[in-house]
Design a protein around this ligand. Structure first.
Ligand code: CO
Length: 174
């Protein structure tokens, strides 16, 4: 089921999400709904809090370079991370990020270039993953949501002020 995505500056986006304790049917439904919602909105990642569920759950699905747009984010390619923790990180990199909770805004944000992350899958199995490319950036972006942070809060003071002004203007005219 496609769920409604909550939009910045909704206060719920500031929630500190809590750990998942049962890897049950409710969790599986949440993950399935998150996938449907993300794909419907053309996103590459989504945290549960973005559909107003304050649990430490995120998904990422980096589109395949495919001619056929129907299958460029197959469900089996979805990385489902439950209770993730970063156990190693180094370097720095920049990337122009976007977010389904701040639609239409793309800004350069600084992140660690490398990240090693421990997490559980939907069945409660433990995994470790490491990356030094786009996936590492996406994981850091989604993990920030679990701690109540949205990427625009990482902008410099000047850029943040400019963003807030334009965002208010856009909301007023919407
Ligand atoms: Co986001």
């Amino acid at each position: 089921m496609i769920r409604e995505i909550i939009i910045y500056p909704d206060k719920r986006l500031k929630s500190i999400s809590r750990e998942v304790e049962s890897f049950d049917e409710n969790l599986h439904t949440l993950l399935d709904d998150m996938y449907e919602t993300m794909v419907a909105k053309n996103g590459v990642g989504l945290a549960a809090i973005q559909i107003a569920v304050p649990l430490r759950v995120l998904i990422i699905n980096i589109p395949l370079e495919s001619e056929d747009e129907e299958v460029d984010q197959p469900k089996e390619n979805t990385l489902e991370m439950i209770n993730p923790t970063i156990v190693d990180k180094r370097g720095s990199t920049h990337y122009q990020e976007g977010c389904l909770s701040v639609p239409g805004v793309y800004e350069d944000v600084e992140r660690f270039a490398f990240a090693k992350v421990e997490y559980f899958d939907r069945y409660g199995n433990f995994h470790t993953i490491e990356d030094d490319a786009f996936l590492a950036i996406a994981i850091q972006h989604e993990m920030d949501h679990l701690d109540g942070k949205v990427f625009v809060e990482k902008l410099s003071y000047i850029k943040r002020k400019k963003f807030e002004k334009e965002w208010r203007k856009r909301k007023k005219s919407a």
